[in-house]
Design a protein around this ligand. Structure first.
Ligand code: SAM
Ligand code: SF4
Ligand code: SF4
Length: 460
C-alpha cells in the first residue's frame, strides 16, 4: 500500500478541526486562496489563447483532424530543427489561409503571460536539501546573473503580467552584491509593473535583510521567507548553514520595517524536517505574538511538499503516514488548549497540506495550458515553462535579453500543443493537476472546487 493511499490512513483528527473559517476574508487565508475569481483572471487569457490556437488550426476540439495533424507536424518540424522560425510561421500562415502579418501578430499575442517567476540570480548563500535549482549550481562555471538592463524588457511583453514573483535559481537578495546595480535597484524597476496592476511578490531565504533604498518594498504585495525548520539543528541539516535565529529575526524585520501587506513564512516538508512541522506553527505564532502582536494579521504560513524534478527521487524525501499522523495530531493538541492559536492555524496557514504527503496526483491532460499562462525567467535570461524543465534545452521558449515575441509565442504554442503527448507525462509534470482542472474548466466552463487554491499554490 502506498503511504499516500489516504483512504487507508486512519487519521486521528477530524479535518474540520483545522478547516478554514468560512467567515474569514483575510487576503492570506485559505478561504481567499480558494476564491474562483483568481482563476477567472487567468481564464480570460486562456480564452484569448484558445482563440489564437483555433485560428492557427491547433485546437483539437475545434480543428479538423487532418488540418490539426498537419499543423502539429509543422510544429514538430520546428521543434526538431528541420525548419526554422521564419519557414514555420510561413507554413502555419499558408496552411491556415492567414496573411503572414496576421499570423505574426497572433503569435506575438500568444507571448502574453499571466504570471512570471523572475530569477534575478543563481548565486546562493545556502545549500538546501533537494533544491530544484541545485543542478544549475553544480560545476565550476560561475552562476548566472540576470543582466540589469534586460529586466526592463519585461515591459515589451504584450500586456503586463497579473503577477510577478521575484525568486531564484538562487537567493534574489544577493543580486548585484558589490556592484553598482543591486537587489533594490532591480526591485525598483518592477515598480512600473506594480503601477500597471501587476502584483509583485518576493520569495527569499531571509539570511540577508535587504536595504530598503528607493522604497521598493512599497510596490511589493507579499513576501515569503523560506525557513523549513523550527529548531536550529534541523535548519542546519536541511538548509546547510546555522542561520535560523538570523532568519527569524529578518522575518520580524519585514513585519516591523516594511508595510508589505502579507509577510509569510514557508516550510518545505520532507522526511528530513517534518518532525518540526507542528512546532514551526507554534514557534512562528508565539514569536509574532511576543514581539509584535498587532502585526499578526499580516502573517501567513505556507506548507509545501518537497518534490524532485525526477519523480524517482521523490521516495528519498517522502514523509511516512506515521509522520503525517503524528504532526497533525500534535498540532491539533496544541490548538485544543489555545483558541487564538487555533484561529491562526485555521485562517492564516494551510497546515492541512501535510495530508497529501510529497506526491502529486497523476492526471492525464491533453495540452499544457499551464505553460501558456505561466513561465520562469531564469537568471541566464532564458524563459522556461515550469520548474520541471530546468536544464531541458528543448524547453527553452525565449530569452528576455533579446525578446522575439512571435518566436516566443510559437514556442509556447509548440509546448502547449505537442509536448504534453511526447515529453511530458502525468508522472513527470508537477502541474498535471493544474493542467487537468484547467482543461476541465475550459471545456465545461465550470470552476472545479479547489482550482483557485491549486493555482495560488504555484504562486499565480
Ligand atoms: C528555489 S528557492 C529561491 C528563493 C530563495 N533562495 C529561497 O530559498 O526562498 C524558492 C522556493 O523554492 C522552494 N524549493 C526549493 N526546492 C524545492 C523542491 N525540490 N520542491 C519544492 N519547492 C522547492 C524553496 O523552499 C523556496 O521556498
Ligand atoms: S536558499 Fe533557495 S535557492 Fe538557495 S539552495 Fe536553498 S532553496 Fe535553493
Ligand atoms: S512538465 Fe508539465 S507544465 Fe512543464 S512543460 Fe511539461 S506539461 Fe507543461
Amino acid at each position: 500500500m502506498s503511504v499516500y493511499d489516504l483512504e487507508q490512513i486512519r487519521l486521528p483528527l477530524q479535518y474540520g478541526s483545522i478547516e478554514p473559517d468560512a467567515r474569514d476574508r483575510n487576503e492570506s487565508s485559505l478561504e481567499k486562496a480558494r476564491d474562483p475569481k483568481k482563476v477567472t483572471a487567468h481564464a480570460c487569457l486562456l480564452d484569448r489563447q484558445e482563440k489564437i490556437a483555433q485560428k492557427l488550426g491547433l485546437l483539437p476540439t475545434k480543428t479538423d483532424p487532418t488540418a490539426l495533424a498537419q499543423n502539429k507536424q509543422t510544429l514538430a518540424d520546428f521543434h526538431s530543427g528541420r525548419i526554422d522560425r521564419t519557414a514555420t510561421i510561413e507554413r502555419l500562415a499558408t496552411d491556415n489561409r492567414l496573411p503572414i502579418e496576421v499570423a505574426l501578430g497572433m503569435l506575438a499575442q500568444f507571448a502574453e503571460y499571466g504570471h512570471l517567476e523572475l530569477h534575478l540570480t543563481d548565486v546562493c548563500n545556502l545549500n538546501c536539501q533537494g533544491c530544484t535549482y541545485a543542478v544549475a549550481r553544480v560545476g565550476a562555471a560561475p552562476a548566472d546573473v540576470l543582466p540589469f538592463d534586460s529586466i526592463a524588457n519585461l515591459g515589451n511583453l504584450p500586456n503586463a503580467p497579473k503577477s510577478i514573483v521575484v525568486v531564484g535559481g538562487g537567493e534574489p537578495t544577493l543580486y548585484g552584491k558589490g556592484q553598482s546595480r543591486q537587489f533594490h535597484d532591480a526591485m525598483n524597476t518592477l515598480a512600473t509593473f506594480a503601477r500597471r496592476g501587476t502584483r509583485i511578490g518576493l520569495i527569499t531565504n531571509g539570511v540577508i535583510f535587504p536595504e530598503l533604498d528607493g522604497g521598493w518594498q512599497e510596490h511589493v504585495r507579499w513576501v515569503r521567507v523560506s525557513i523549513d525548520a523550527a529548531k536550529p539543528a534541523t535548519y542546519c541539516t536541511f538548509r546547510g548553514r546555522d542561520k535560523l535565529p538570523i532568519v527569524f529575526n529578518n522575518f520580524l524585520k519585514y513585519l516591523l520595517r516594511t508595510r508589505i501587506k502579507q509577510v509569510g513564512v514557508s516550510f518545505l516538508y520532507s522526511n528530513g524536517n517534518v518532525d518540526d512541522y507542528s512546532d514551526f506553527v507554534c514557534k512562528v505564532y508565539h514569536l509574532v505574538v511576543g514581539s509584535c502582536p498587532t502585526e499578526l494579521p499580516r502573517v501567513n504560513i505556507q506548507f509545501r511538499p518537497l518534490r524532485c524534478a525526477d519523480p524517482k527521487d521523490n521516495q528519498k524525501f517522502a514523509v511516512s503516514k506515521e509522520q503525517i499522523n503524528r504532526q497533525l495530531q500534535k498540532l491539533t493538541q496544541a490548538c485544543e488548549g489555545d483558541q487564538a492559536l487555533r484561529a491562526f492555524v485555521r485562517r492564516q496557514t494551510n497546515a492541512t497540506a501535510l495530508w497529501g504527503g510529497n506526491e502529486h496526483p497523476l492526471l492525464r491532460f491533453s495540452a499544457c495550458r499551464y505553460s501558456s499562462v505561466a513561465g520562469i525567467v531564469r537568471a541566464s535570461g532564458k524563459i522556461i515553462p515550469c520548474f520541471c524543465k530546468v536544464g531541458a534545452a528543448g524547453f527553452v521558449v525565449g530569452d528576455l535579453r533579446a525578446l522575439d515575441l512571435p518566436a516566443l509565442g510559437l514556442r509556447k504554442l509548440l509546448i502547449r500543443s505537442i509536448v504534453s503527448e511526447s515529453e511530458c507525462s502525468p508522472e513527470t509534470c508537477r502541474m498535471s493537476f493544474i493542467n487537468k482542472v484547467v482543461e476541465d474548466y475550459h471545456e465545461d466552463k465550470v470552476v472545479p472546487p479547489g482550482l483557485g487554491e491549486l493555482i495560488s499554490e504555484q504562486g499565480i
